[in-house]
Each structure stands twice: as C-alpha cells, then as structure tokens.
Write a protein that binds this ligand. Structure first.
Ligand code: ATP
Ligand code: MG
Length: 226
C-alpha cells in the first residue's frame, strides 16, 4: 500500500539545515498495523507526514497504492490525501463548536460524501449515544473515538496516527488501539501508528525503530513471527 525508497528530508538550508530523514526504506501492507518508535526528534512525525502527503520529500520515492507522489505537482496532493488517508493526532483536533456528529459530517463533506453516514461511523466506534455531544462534554477516549470516526470518513485505505494514545488513560488507549487494529484485521486497512506508549505495542504486527532519521530495524512481533 505504501512503498518508500531512499527517502531524504531536510528542513531549511545552508548553515541551519536539519537532516530529518537520511535514506529511509519502508513498506506498509494492507491489513497490517505498523508501529513506529524512536527518540524525540528522530523523524517519526516527518516520516508520517510525508507518507500522508502533508509534507514533501527532499528526494526519494514515495508510492501510495502504486502512484508515485514524490514528483506530483503540489496542487494534486490534496486529492491524493482525501482519497487515501485518514489522519488521527494526539490532540484530537476536533472543532469545539461542533457536535460529534457535525465534526464527522464536516469530514464527509470535504470528501464529497453524503452526511448521512456520520451516525454509522460514530456507532462503529461505540459512540452511537453521543451524536449530539460537544467535544467539551466527552472524555479524552471518546474524543479520540470521534477523531477515528472522522478519519474513517470516505473509507480511506490507509490510517495514519501520530501518538493517538498519548493523552489517554490506559483503558481508553487500549480501546482506541482495539478499534484501529480491528480496522486492519477485519477491513484490511493499512494502519501506521507513531507511539511512545509501551502499553499498546502488543497491537503491532510490526515495529519499526527510527533513530537519527534512519530505520534501525524492523522486526516482526513474536505473535506474528510464530
Ligand atoms: N518544520 C520544521 N522546520 C525545521 N526543522 C524541523 C521541522 N519539523 C521538524 N524539524 C526537525 O526535524 C527533526 C525530526 O523531527 P520530527 O518532528 O519528525 O521528530 P519526531 O520523531 O516526531 O519527534 P517527537 O517524538 O518529539 O514528536 C528534528 O530535529 C526537528 O527539530
Ligand atoms: Mg513527532
């Protein structure tokens, strides 16, 4: 689903240049949960952002479902983003003035879809009884489930999540990861999760360690290797 080759990303130029990624090779398959770990500043968010066509590579190849996006014109990227990706962030990024249902409806509208499926998406993450609640009336775990429902708008094949459980208590974090791994297993989504959270590692099919802008290994978890 995602094929990355020799990916380089540098920020800035001249004396202030930062080499965030220095030759990354990585594949992500449909149906797998890939977790990315590594120290602060190692390049995880940069890599996730380039995968999701939010940020452009300095050089290298990025193929999304067979389409080379590294050379695509800037004005083609929003279309690729909307069609292929759902994004989930640590801070939820919900609109506080909109209800749970309206937050999901907005995402559907952006993708040119009927608003009608908003309730179904929220039911899918166990929030069928919170359609009219505002983010301020929801717990952290519930807010993150709204964010997942929103990411699922338009049925994207790839879900990218940057520290989705970092702001959550253990139980909510586990619920969020159960939903994400269910999407991979039952609906063949490719799910990429950046995490520092050891509690959620058991949901990984594969863990990739990033250090200083490089992939330092990528082993199968025991369960999968068996
Ligand atoms: N917009 C930017 N401009 C300049 N440098 C940046 C920018 N974004 C990130 N960097 C630098 O690139 C490197 C990688 O940053 P990145 O955010 O990808 O790390 P990370 O692994 O996600 O870290 P964390 O775990 O703290 O979120 C760091 O040295 C960072 O300072
Ligand atoms: Mg980061």
């Amino acid at each position: 689903m995602i094929e990355i080759r020799d990916l380089v990303k540098s920020y800035g130029s001249g004396n202030s240049v930062v080499h965030a990624l220095c030759g990354v090779d990585l594949n992500v398959a449909a149906g797998e949960v890939l977790m990315m770990m590594g120290p602060s500043g190692s390049g995880k968010t940069t890599l996730l952002s380039i995968m999701g066509c939010i940020l452009r590579a300095t050089s290298g190849s990025v193929k999304i479902d067979g389409l080379e996006v590294a050379n695509l014109r800037e004005n083609k990227l929003p279309e690729v983003r909307l069609k292929h990706f759902g994004f989930i962030f640590q801070g939820f990024n919900l609109f506080p003035a909109l209800t749970a249902r309206e937050n999901v409806e907005l995402a559907l509208k952006l993708k040119g879809m009927s608003k009608k499926t908003a309730a179904t998406l929220l039911e899918q993450v166990g929030l069928g009884d919170k359609l009219k609640s505002y983010p301020s009336d929801l717990s952290g775990g519930q807010k993150q489930r709204v964010a997942i429902a929103r990411a699922l708008a338009g049925d994207p094949p790839i879900i990218l999540a940057d520290e989705p459980t970092a702001a959550l208590d253990s139980q909510s974090g586990l619920t969020v990861m159960e939903i994400l791994s269910g999407l991979a297993r039952e609906r063949q989504r490719a799910v990429v999760v950046v995490t520092h959270d050891n509690r959620v590692l058991r949901f990984a099919d594969r863990i990739v360690h990033i250090a200083d802008g490089r992939v330092v290994d990528g082993e199968l978890t025991e369960e999968r290797a068996a």
